[in-house]
Design a protein around this ligand. Structure first.
Ligand SMILES: NC(=O)c1ccc[n+]([C@@H]2O[C@H](COP(=O)([O-])OP(=O)(O)OC[C@H]3O[C@@H](n4cnc5c(N)ncnc54)[C@H](OP(=O)(O)O)[C@@H]3O)[C@@H](O)[C@H]2O)c1
Length: 395
């Protein structure tokens, strides 16, 4: 209740938009001297890994709204969306949602900072931020239409931020927000699962060994679901270690064949898409509220290819036809999307501190090796997350 109240205060006290130029005008609570530039990895155009460029004179973020905070980034992590955005994926849609106040130096999205996850220290707070104060250790995932976290500082809305679980280091904490919030959105909002509804439920996770998969297994096991994980054989030990009840190796035989010997499922979380979508009609319990949710959708791709109006039209037709096709067979069909949320991270943080969710880190790179981290991610076969350490914890 206390947590909810502290979160509600900024909403109740929300002020009209401010565009102020000085720290005093903006009524900042600050623990750092005003800086003008900072180091960051940026891109100035879309393309392959060679467009990633290190800059040590990127404009320091400033608070544009009273509910924003500036975070000093101790660690960040990279996700497939960073590689995709580097290639230009989603640019048409994301540019529509970018805030002009945050595009300070040019009329385009460049220079663009990638990276969604952050674990770090609050440096400055807007006037209506009551839940945080400078010096707080926090974690967050910032949405893709904002500047990212592969930088010394990042600007976030206070509602996207949460106090970091005390049991995790910054390096560990930075591995979790984006993938856990995505798994949460898919399982809770799309499939209707929760702590109360999970016991007795059978859930199939396709693509269980990467960032989202390892997060989803742990969330579902913390809530008491029965989890079947689909991955390659060399990830079996990891899956069992995270609590998966049953594991299927997609590399030895068709998943369809292997599933014939198993009971039907209440939910399928699909992190792979394509032909794995076919599993929905055959392996979910029909007419029981069972739901298939995929994270691999053509939504942003359609807008990139066709423009916003035609892209939205095609997306609507595709989604509607798939929903109807499954509905007639007694199955719910959904698309799942990452949703930033500080309050959800508060709840996840409690599970982390209770030892029910732990970070699964594939590899840690220093800030100087961001291009290598992208290369690694692009090569596939992730086992959990690729983390970027920005502040050396020993210093
Ligand atoms: N809609 C959204 O908002 C949203 C949010 C987050 C992620 N996503 C998407 O969701 C997908 C998963 O994200 P992630 O962060 O978990 O990616 P990831 O960390 O790269 O993990 C992908 C995992 O899938 C495994 N894999 C590959 N092919 C497979 C197959 N046919 N069957 C089973 N496992 C397979 C890979 O290992 P092996 O190749 O060694 O088997 C790897 O462990 C990505 O496409 C991402 O873009 C969407």
């Amino acid at each position: 209740m206390n947590v909810l109240w502290r979160r509600a205060v900024p909403l109740l006290c929300r002020r009209p938009r401010l565009r102020a130029d000085t720290a005093t005008d903006r009524g900042l609570h600050s623990s750092c001297r005003r800086r003008t530039v900072m180091p960051a990895w940026i891109i100035d155009k879309y393309g392959g890994n060679d467009v990633l460029r290190f800059s040590d004179n990127l404009l320091f973020p400033i608070l544009n709204y009273p509910n924003e905070v500036i975070i000093k980034v101790h660690a960040a992590s990279v996700n497939p969306i960073d590689v995709n955005m580097r290639n230009g994926y989603g640019a048409k849609s994301l540019n529509m949602t970018r805030d002009p106040l945050h595009l300070k130096t040019s009329s385009t999205e460049f220079p663009l900072i990638l990276g969604r996850d952050v674990s770090g220290t609050v440096m400055e707070c807007g006037l209506s931020v009551k839940y945080f104060r400078p010096g707080d250790q926090v974690w967050a995932a910032v949405p893709p239409w904002k500047q990212g976290t592969l930088a010394e500082f990042v600007l976030a809305n206070a509602n996207e931020v949460s106090l970091k679980p005390k049991s995790l280091s910054h390096t560990e904490a930075a591995s979790l927000p984006y993938v856990l919030l995505t798994a949460w959105a898919a399982l809770v909002h799309s499939c209707g699962l929760s702590k109360e509804k999970c016991p007795g439920k059978r859930v199939l996770i396709i693509g269980s060994s990467g960032g989202v998969g390892t997060a989803a297994i742990q969330l579902l096991k913390a809530w008491g679901a029965h989890v079947t994980a689909v991955c390659s054989g060399n990830a079996f030990a990891l899956m069992k270690n995270l609590g998966a009840d049953d594991v299927i190796d997609y590399t030895v035989a068709r998943v369809q064949e292997q599933l014939k010997t198993r009971d039907l499922f209440d939910a399928i979380l699909d992190n792979i898409g394509g032909s794995s979508e076919e599993l929905a009609l055959h392996y979910l319990k029909p007419w029981s509220g069972a739901t298939y949710v995929t994270l691999v959708t053509p939504f942003l791709y359609n807008n990139d290819q066709l423009g916003i109006a035609d892209g939205m039209m095609r997306t609507g037709v595709t989604l509607a036809s798939k929903v109807m096709k499954h509905y007639y067979k007694g199955i719910h069909y959904r698309w799942g999307f990452f949703a930033p949320s500080g309050p959800t991270l508060d709840e996840i943080g409690e599970l982390v501190d209770a030892g029910k969710i732990r970070p699964v880190i594939d590899e840690v790179f220093p800030l100087s090796d961001v291009p290598k981290a992208f290369q690694k991610l692009e090569a596939g076969h992730a086992r959990g997350k690729t983390v970027i350490q920005i502040v050396d914890p020993k210093k």
